[in-house]
Every structure is written in C-alpha cells, then in structure tokens.
Design a protein around this ligand. Structure first.
Ligand SMILES: [Zn+2]
Length: 334
C-alpha cells in the first residue's frame, strides 16, 4: 500500500508539477524575449534623433600644420566665436554667433565627412575659422584683452548645450558678414533646392557698418582680362551700347546673370572673377574705367553678423536674432 501511495505521488508530480515548471519557464523566457524586444526598441529611439551629447570633445585639424587636436567642444567654440565675430559687437550678437557656431559644428560633424582623421578644420574656406586663445589675446590691445575675452566666454556659456533645430533636425546654420539689408536664399547662390528655414529676410541698420558698401574700379582692359581667365571665347566691343548688361536678378535682388559681350556669366562667378564682396552690385562706365558699386559682404545666406549686431543694438536678444534669420526654427538643449 505504501508503495502504491509513493507511486501515486510520483504520478502526480509527473502529471502536474513538471509541466507547470516547464510552462512557467516558458513564460519566463517569453517575458525575457519581450524585454529584449522593448530594449531593442529603446536603443533605436535613443539613436533617432541624433545623439549630440556624445560630442564632449571634438577632433580639430589645424590645416597649416596638419596636426589633429582633441579639444573640448565649448573650448573649441571660444576660438571660433573670437575668430568669426569682432568682440566689440554687442553681447547678444556674440551669443547668437556662439549658438550658430555650435550648431554649424555639430551639423558638419554629422553630415559632412570632409576630413579623414578629424571632425572639423580651422580653415574658414573649408569648415569654420578658429584661433587659439593665446593668438587671439595677442591681437587685441592689452587694455581690452580681459573685457573682450569675458564677452566671448559669456557668449559660449549663455548658449551652453543649445543648438538650432527645424522640425527636430539640426539646421545648416549658414552665416555671412553683411546682408546689405536683405538676406539671400541658398538657391540664389548655389542653385539646387531651398531650405525652409533659409528664407530671404530684411534687416534694418546694416548700412551703418563699413562692410555695407564697397567699390571696385577696373580699366576696361583689366576687366576684359579677368573675364578671359575663365572665358577664352569672350568677344566684347566696348564701343557698343549694352556691351555689359545685367539680365537676371535673384529673389533678393542680387545679380543672378550678367551678359558680357557674347558670354553669360552668373553673378556668383562674376563676384569671384572680379573679387567683389557680394553679388549685390551695379556698375557704370567712367571714361576708360568700369566702376562696380557693391552692397553687403558675403553670400548673404542665413544670419548676417552686422545685422545681428544691429538687432542687438535695437534691443533684440540672441533668441530673437536667431529666429529672425532662420525661419521657423527652435532653440533646444542638445
Ligand atoms: Zn575643413
């Protein structure tokens, strides 16, 4: 009888407990699977949108020496802001410049792979201008060094951790020296497609800066030779009326196309060939010379630096300046 009872218990164990053990372990493994799935989903969501916080330091290429320096991001930005904008500008303009510089830096790292072993370089023609603190201080009058440097530090600290976004994406924060009163769209300069946040906007007060107007005077012969450098098939007779004629303007009233004799040249190319400060120019014949009157300085896209300073003088803060030059953007913590 005892044997029978023992066998009965064994049977009970086999029939009920063992399957329940297996099923509970099955449940457990399903739960783990669920967890794995959701943790994978979490990984995906933390990677999109882009994780800017990873940039505690950046690799800066010194173009002349070829050396790559690992430098803390905000420390790098001190060298950019103090190189790109005069420290005599208003504090809010410097704040705007530091926000533009941080945004431009992280956009460049994310979207353009110009340099193999570095994130960005110190050449303004390639990436973004940068100067060491030592070299910067040496270029300022001794009695202005502390005050100027404090303004640069304040600009970077005020905007610490902040970037400019449009629809949640970091923007390509173009900037230039002086817009001449109205900024340009990217299409007007580089063709291609426009960016929704880079519209043509007007700014008052830009005429008060030395960057606003300039002129280039060339003899007819000098002018012809400069065009011939790129267009050997040029045929021009200066005796003919309308031998040079602006035929097309961009949305912001800059020169889009100009006809020189038998050749059509874009305003952008003409600017390069003649060394004009912008594509916003007119010209007139003066005896044997041609005089080009130029308004503004730079390509005209995005934030105008003198425009930012002018707005700051009129009481705008850096957020208002940024939102004026970049349409529909947000300023967010990265
Ligand atoms: Zn570069």
């Amino acid at each position: 009888m005892k044997k029978f009872i023992l066998l009965f218990f064994c049977f009970i164990i086999l029939v009920f407990l063992i399957p329940s053990f297996f099923s509970s372990s099955l449940l457990l493994s399903r739960a783990e699977e669920q967890n794995n799935v959701s943790s994978e989903e979490e990984v995906v969501t933390t990677q999109e949108p882009y994780d800017y916080k990873q940039y505690k330091t950046i690799k800066l290429l010194h173009k002349k020496s070829g050396e790559v320096e690992e430098i803390e991001l905000d420390n790098y930005l001190l060298g950019v802001v103090s190189s790109e904008m005069p420290a005599t500008f208003e504090q809010e303009a410097l704040n705007a410049q530091s926000l533009v510089a941080r945004t431009y830096t992280l956009y460049t790292i994310k979207n353009s792979k110009k340099h193999e072993n570095a994130d960005i370089c110190d050449d303004s023609g390639c990436c973004q201008a940068w100067i060491s603190k030592e070299d910067r201080l040496a270029k300022w009058d001794e009695n202005l060094r502390e005050e100027n440097w404090n303004k640069i530090e304040k600009a970077v600290n005020t905007t610490k951790g902040k970037i400019i976004t449009y629809n949640g994406e970091i923007i390509d924060s173009f900037f230039h020296s002086n817009s001449g009163g109205v900024t340009e769209t990217p299409v007007g300069v580089w063709g291609g497609t426009n960016y929704p946040y880079l519209q043509s906007v007007e700014t008052s007060g830009e005429e008060n800066y030395s960057q606003y107007s300039s002129e280039v005077v060339l003899s007819k012969e000098e002018f012809k030779n400069k065009i011939l450098e790129k267009h050997q098939d040029l045929n021009i007779n200066f005796e003919e009326e309308n031998c040079i004629e602006i035929t097309e303007y961009t949305e912001s009233n800059r020169v889009k196309t100009i006809r020189v004799g038998n050749i059509n040249i874009s305003g952008v190319e003409m600017r390069t060939l003649l060394g004009l400060r912008s594509t916003n120019f007119t010209f007139q014949f003066e005896g044997d010379n041609i005089k080009f009157n130029v308004i503004g300085y730079g390509h005209g896209v995005g934030m105008s630096q003198t425009g930012a300073d002018s707005m700051a003088k009129q009481g705008s803060n850096y957020e208002e300046i940024i939102k004026h030059f970049y349409t529909g953007v947000e300023i967010v913590d990265m």
